[in-house]
Design a protein around this ligand. Structure first.
Ligand code: NAP
Length: 331
């Protein structure tokens, strides 16, 4: 089928396009930065430069592409640095998830596009109460911390709007597989374990995320899936393993008060209270089999070799520069 991938040049888009083509689809892939056309073309897709916030351009692109399916993977997270002002850092992504989704859905509806899939996020979305691992039916966080209210609201908006329109929402886990900002921060030992390190993370290797997305094209919506691996784990468990895999020093441990001071409330809550997600539904209903069922083998496959061999194209977010706890006063 003809598939329009909006955000084809990003972390997930560049893994998705080759898998779609291998499956026999014809892919039209959009990018925002002018110099990303070659990346899409070299993967066998037709590149189209598009700003998702430009309604006329979106309508024209959808009409021209004549897709049977649209996959919305547009975010603006490349230079994410400031977690203290969380909503400000996510503001453009939030617009892509709200206005951008509305625009794309309206164009899809008018052009008679049958399938619509959109990117959401599992880890920071679910209620921070009850069990450590959440299914798609569990309640979402109704009281996010102030710093990330707009971001959580934008994710909720996308989920509701897309499913109301009959589409499929994929709540991905934390992506890994690229030499991204998280990896860079762990290498530099500026990604600490906060408090007891009890916040749960659900990860997903980018190739497995792309594979689930390809399978979702065969599904009638509306539907929501957690696209995460088999092993949600607390930060205190996975972070030392990632550091060891990278050949980095073990992560520092910092108290909550210090993390709050340096990185802000949102970072502390994510590091200490987040819940993980279950992939049972995606495996059952999509027939999805993971190449990397756990981050343990996935981290090793992605990062244990020569770091220069690890593909790199994406973000370079800096984690905060962690001072030693003893150098700061207690709040
Ligand atoms: N679930 C997760 O953990 C998750 C989800 C998303 C991102 N991330 C991480 O965030 C970092 C950056 O992500 P990324 O590499 O995907 O880059 P990104 O900057 O988030 O861009 C993603 C895609 O959206 C496109 N885009 C940006 N602004 C747009 C706009 N106004 N209209 C239409 N399309 C637009 C980009 O085009 P251009 O490339 O041309 O700018 C790109 O194709 C990576 O490390 C990634 O792993 C993680």
């Amino acid at each position: 089928m003809r598939v329009l991938v909006v955000g084809a040049s990003g972390a997930i888009g560049t893994r998705l396009v080759p898998q779609l083509i291998a499956r026999g689809h014809v892919v039209i892939g959009t990018h925002r930065s002018p110099d990303h056309a070659d990346r899409i073309r070299s993967q066998g897709a037709e590149p189209v430069q598009l700003d998702l916030l430009d309604q006329h351009a979106v309508r024209a692109a959808v009409d021209k592409a004549e897709p049977a399916a649209i996959i919305h993977q547009a975010t603006a997270l490349t230079d994410l640095r400031d977690f203290k002002h969380f909503d400000r850092s996510f503001a453009q992504t939030n617009r892509l998830r709200t206005e951008g989704t509305d625009t794309l859905l309206a164009a899809a509806r008018d052009a008679g596009v049958r399938r619509f899939i959109a990117q959401s996020f599992a880890s920071t979305l679910y209620e921070r109460q009850g069990g450590p691992v959440k299914t798609e039916d569990d309640p979402l966080d109704s009281h996010p911390v102030k710093a990330m209210r707009e971001t959580v609201a934008a994710m909720r908006y996308l989920d509701e709007t897309v499913t109301n329109a009959g589409g499929v929402v994929l709540r991905y886990g934390g992506f890994y597989g690229d030499e991204d900002g998280m990896v860079e921060a762990v290498r530099r030992r500026v990604f600490p374990i906060v408090g007891s390190g009890g916040g749960m993370s659900s990860f997903i290797h980018l190739d497995d995320a792309a594979a689930a997305t390809v399978l979702a094209l065969d599904l009638d919506g509306p539907a929501v899936f957690n696209v995460v691996d088999d092993e949600p784990a607390p930060v205190r468990e996975w972070l030392p393993v990632l550091a060891r895999t990278l050949g980095a020093k073990p992560p520092r441990r910092v108290p909550r008060w210090l993390a709050r001071l340096v990185a802000g409330e949102a970072a502390v809550v994510i590091a200490t209270e987040s819940r993980g997600a279950s992939n049972a539904k995606a495996k059952r209903e999509l027939g999805w089999e993971l190449r990397y069922p756990s981050w343990r083998e996935g981290f090793a496959a992605a990062y244990s070799g020569d770091p220069l061999m690890v593909p790199r194209h994406g973000g370079t977010q800096d984690a905060p520069p962690w001072p030693e706890p003893s150098s700061l006063p207690r709040s």
